[in-house]
Design a protein around this ligand. Sequence first.
Ligand code: URA
Length: 250
Amino acid sequence: MSSALRREYLAALGLETWVVRGKPPGSPETARADAPALRDLPEPRDLPEPRAPGAAGDSSPGREAGVDWPELRARVAACTRCALCNTRTQTVFGVGSQTADWLIVGEAPGAEEDRQGEPFVGRAGQLLNSMLRAIGLTREQVYIANVLKCRPPGNRDPTASEAAECLPYLEQQIALLKPKIMLAVGRIASQNLLRTEVTLGRLRQQVHRFGLSQVPLVVTYHPAYLLRTPADKRKAWEDLKFAREVCARV
Ligand code: URA
């Protein structure tokens, strides 16, 4: 990617080129947002806490195991496993390339996603698109899904039982997709996928593993959080570069 194009994507993320005061751009003291040297990746490590038998991503066959894409989509559309089926406009299955290397996992559909039936189409979705573009990916090249396929009313957090009922759908999406890397965006997605209460700040910048196939999983901030807390966009950019490095080594 050309440096001009990258600067454009970083600007879209709200990450402008840093220029040391009094020094012209391009001088050795000019520090760019993407300048930090690549360091060795932390070794892949075990998940923070042991999984309960039957838990998401463990070695037991999932409830939807063996189901193909069309059947899985139909099952999700007809799902009445939790009370969210009474308040949803429609289910939000997921979108993107079924041969994608990258799987982006968010929390749950919001109001706009519930209306349109597609994940990450609101303001947070626009920022997610910019985050992807910053590492050279288009929305069409990745697959995007959520832990929950239905919108929790008022955008409240998913309950543990809603997540438990819904996760087998995501597990089967992962089994079909066989991604090279998963990027969990936000605390809710990260904690549900990793079955941990460890804070997002402590889960970042590590290679976790998901499921029987041990898919590398990297954690970053949710774009909706970044819209409220733009100061953390720089950390998100570090996470994206980290994930890109991990993916390159798979
Ligand atoms: N936030 C999410 O976590 N997922 C969406 O699809 C939209 C907003």
